[in-house]
Ligand binder design. Structure first.
Ligand code: TLP
Length: 338
């Protein structure tokens, strides 16, 4: 089986397993796990933020950020297809009591002008805009990256309005590699940033939330309150450190493989744009079949993918699917007879 369902399926590398076995650990709720502390420092430095906090998942890191920035009754401006809005089980409503104000982006990329149209003026009738969330790379809109000038415009707009910006950088590493920029060049345009270790970097679990020291202190309280204080989590942080230190540059290979996959589908009824990073979204409408039927056919041919929406399926390239797996996927699509 070649598993293209997500880069979350990546298994920890032998170097990670070795680092995990040897990791120095302590009780992280007391702030005493040296490996967790090291990971937090390394990632905060990579983002050029004052401090970092290791959390079990990207979802918890995003939700802790929303909680720290907002008051109940606020609005959160985010892209219509974003992860925080669509794949976190309405946690922002449950945990933070906030309302989403969904804004349409172009291939998932928000623009300051679109946000400006949606921000409601101060009024006794309206809830206040409490936070802007951007997702880079975008997930369900095909791994697209925010051009730096677009993020700069959003930053300026947010400053004018006095609204903080949170960056869901689950795949920020991919964005930096694809755009040939340093992660901090992107991260510095947001007030808080969350990055995942468990996706393209192949670590088994964990995300790091970064921001000012004051913000991270507040986030630490919310992490514990929500049950994310993990004790000897240095065994996980050790794998994360291997990911951050050795697995970022190789993401370029995943991007090349995604492009090869898209190129292999040209001339078929499977429509897709050239991916910028490692996510390939394929529109299956021209086949006249629904995504479930296509996924079932692919599964029988040894290829796993997921449904993105009513018309599209998603394949993600990663460390555990190389060029032969991509060739097998192209062959499977080409063998499909509607
Ligand atoms: N994305 C997963 C699924 O939840 C859809 C995937 O397979 O792509 N932000 C973004 C942009 C994400 O893509 C994800 C995970 C998260 C946050 C949440 O991270 P985890 O899974 O660690 O909670």
């Amino acid at each position: 089986m070649h598993d293209f369902r997500s880069d979350t399926v990546t298994k920890p590398t032998p170097a990670m397993r070795e680092a995990m076995a040897k990791a120095e650990v302590g009780d992280d709720v007391f702030g005493e796990d040296p490996t967790v502390n090291r990971l937090q420092e390394v990632v905060a430095w990579r983002m050029r933020k004052e401090a970092g906090l290791f959390l079990p998942t990207g979802t918890m890191a995003n939700q802790v950020a929303v909680k720290c920035w907002t008051e109940p009754g606020d609005e959160v401006l985010l892209e219509r297809r974003s992860h925080i809005l669509n794949y976190e089980l309405a946690a922002f409503a449950v945990v933070s009591g906030v309302m989403p104000r969904a804004v349409e982006g172009e291939r998932g990329i928000l623009r300051a002008a679109a946000l400006a149209r949606e921000v409601r003026p101060k009024s006794y009738l309206f809830s206040a805009p409490g936070l802007i969330c951007v997702e880079d790379t975008t997930n369900m809109t095909g791994g697209t990256c925010y051009p730096l000038e677009v993020l700069r415009e959003i930053r300026e707009f947010a400053d004018e309005q006095g609204i903080p910006v949170h960056l869901d950088g689950a795949r920020l590493w991919n964005a930096a590699v694809a755009q040939k920029v340093e992660t901090f060049e992107i991260a510095r345009l947001a007030d808080s940033v969350m990055v995942c270790l468990s996706k393209g970097l192949a670590a088994p679990a964990g995300s790091v939330l970064c921001g000012t020291t004051e913000f991270i202190e507040k986030a630490r309280t919310w992490r514990k309150r929500l049950g994310g204080g993990m004790r000897q989590s240095g065994v996980l942080a050790a794998a994360g450190l291997v990911g951050v230190n050795t697995m970022v540059d190789r993401l370029a290979e995943d991007h090349e493989n995604a492009k090869a996959l898209a190129a292999g589908l040209q001339g078929t009824k499977f429509r897709c744009e050239t991916p910028e990073t490692n996510i390939v979204i394929i529109d299956v409408r021209d086949t006249g079949r629904d995504p479930a039927a296509i996924l079932a056919f692919l599964e029988k041919s040894g290829i796993r993918a997921v449904q993105a929406d009513a018309a599209r399926i998603r394949l993600v390239t990663h460390n555990d699917v190389g060029r032969p797996a991509v060739e097998a996927a192209v062959a499977a699509f080409r063998a499909f007879k509607p």
